[in-house]
Design a protein around this ligand. Structure first.
Ligand SMILES: Cc1cc2nc3c(=O)[nH]c(=O)nc-3n(C[C@H](O)[C@H](O)[C@H](O)COP(=O)(O)OP(=O)(O)OC[C@H]3O[C@@H](n4cnc5c(N)ncnc54)[C@H](O)[C@@H]3O)c2cc1C
Length: 287
């Protein structure tokens, strides 16, 4: 059982991680590669105290190295869902399951937009993970809509079990997709079907499909933990970075403006220290 599970390996998540480890807690950071942090896109950062004139990629690599040097453990991949289990949480990290007493959400700017029909048909033909839900679509027709290169792994898996796989990449360079997968370009307009997915509209074209796999950069936080209270598009937190779920904290861009490294690092530290004191209270309650 982990003490603290941190979702996101940007400045907020890494700051939370080093503070958790320094307080002797068992911590894992779940995250995609460093390039997925917004900080990686910054050509130059000049407003972070003590590290003037540094590039975003250099800064994130220094943060990661600091965390690694302190012994922070990392688990690569997206967390798809967090399930409340009483006084702990279960995390589904692309079909690997972890248990943690506390969770810190540090997933960055909420950028996931929904395709019409996506929310309504989630779990009824719409999935966020091909390798997890693929076996339900054996012999059927599916489409993978990939925002990130990892989608190609889902495509390669699905083509082995489905009768037909379409692939709609929304990024530029497709690396490896076999020729029996039909690559299409266009804008997904609507996923439809009642009560299960029966098709998808892409621009003016309709495709008959049984399953739609949306391989997104970020899972919408409201899907990550069902019932998470929001303040508009961002996660509602108090000054202790607490959410409406006991033991679940949020930090960084996902809690709102200003979108700045200093704020992300500060909130990450507060979230970790509050998680530590929550753990201590839980321990004395269970004695
Ligand atoms: C072009 C640009 C320039 C910028 N310049 C500056 C600047 O000069 N100064 C400054 O202070 N700030 C700057 N920023 C803002 C700064 O980069 C962000 O405020 C900061 O990165 C926020 O940190 P974060 O940890 O909250 O989110 P992020 O750094 O975005 O990290 C979030 C991480 O969580 C991961 N993640 C998301 N969902 C999941 C999931 N379900 N499972 C696992 N992992 C997940 C993402 O892949 C990502 O790696 C700039 C941003 C941009 C885009």
């Amino acid at each position: 059982m982990l003490d603290i599970a941190i979702i996101g390996a940007g400045p907020a998540g890494l700051s939370a991680a080093i503070n958790g480890v320094i307080r002797n807690k068992k911590v894992i950071v779940f995250g995609r590669d460093p390039k997925s942090s917004y900080l990686y896109k910054a050509e130059k950062v000049d407003n972070y105290l003590g590290l003037p004139n540094i590039s975003g990629p250099e800064m994130i690599h220094q943060f990661i190295k600091h965390a690694q040097d302190l012994g922070v453990e990392f688990h690569e991949g997206r967390v798809l869902e967090v399930f409340p289990m009483g006084d702990y949480y279960t995390l589904n990290a692309e079909n690997e399951f972890f248990e943690a007493r506390t969770v810190i959400i540090a997933t960055g700017v909420p950028k996931a937009k929904y395709i019409p029909g996506e929310k309504e048909l989630l779990g009824k033909g719409v999935s966020y993970c091909g390798t997890c839900d693929g076996p339900l679509y054996r012999g059927k027709t599916t489409i993978v809509i990939g925002e990130i290169e990892e989608a190609e792994e889902d495509v390669n898996f699905l083509r082995e079990i489905c009768s037909k796989v379409y692939f709609l990449p929304t990024y530029k360079e497709v690396k490896y997709v076999p020729s029996d997968v039909e690559i299409i370009r266009g804008k997904p307009k609507e996923i439809f079907g009642d009560p299960f997915v029966s098709g998808i509209k892409i621009d003016d074209r309709e495709l008959k499909v049984d399953g739609v796999f949306l391989i997104k950069e970020t899972i919408p936080v409201t899907q990550l933990i069902k019932g998470l209270e929001m303040d508009g598009k961002t996660i509602k937190v108090n000054r202790q970075q607490e959410t409406n779920f006991p033991g679940v904290f949020a930090a960084g861009d996902c809690t709102g403006k200003p979108f700045q490294v200093t704020k992300a690092v500060g909130e990450g530290a507060v979230a970790a220290l509050e998680a530590v004191s929550y753990l201590h209270k839980l321990e004395s309650k269970n004695k």
